[in-house]
Design a protein around this ligand. Sequence first.
Ligand code: PGA
Length: 254
Amino acid sequence: MIRQKIICGNWKMYKTIDETIDFIKRILPVVEESSALVYLAVPFTAIYPAVQEAKNTKLVIGAQNMNDASEGAFTGEVAGKMLKNAGASFVILGHSERRRFFGETDEVINKKVQRALKEGLQPMICIGETLEEKEAQQTEDVLNRQLSLGLANLDPNEISRAIIAYEPLWAIGSGHTATPETAEKMQAFCRRWVAERWGEEAAQQLHILYGGSVKPENASSLMSQQDVDGALIGSASLIPDAFTNIIKSCCEIH
Ligand code: PGA
């Protein structure tokens, strides 16, 4: 099965509204020509203006986090239905920075995944092992735990609408990208894991992205792997030329 590639930028806590609009104007010509789906996870404040700027284009705008409740007295939190109403189409959940700095557990992430699906947002669930876990050869155990808890209670239809991003922690922001072979091995493991529980059809429809120091120089070799359906990109997604070069290299448009 040929899955359309997804190139997703994760801006983290960068870019004002003005910077967002300027960035989108610069990348749109390449986005429109691309055979890949281009996603941008922008800060909450930039969602609505980004959606306006991307109207009637192929660019898909999303968020980087949300609360698992439908609404309530949770000062400072943002609900999925608010993201949806602002025009977001997807939401990144369980990014390692959320797990590490904000104490998010697999159980909380699972509640967020279920809420996102209920609100009509496509969840992008991040998983991946630390350097210590990799060196102790625990990668598959870690992925097994994160997948079974993070995807609990989903049905096959929901699984096929979700996106998984395999982001080994030792590769995020470090410049140490996983080799294409390592990314393929772990992502094939994830797809098999999903197939065993939800069936081959759901597993084949599921998009599994690789994240961690993806750059214009390494993007095409990673994305040429069978089970690498695209990339989740942090720092290189902040620079219009770097981001469009990644899109071009994956789609071979120049
Ligand atoms: P990076 O970040 O591309 O800067 O390594 C990836 C991520 O955190 O999603």
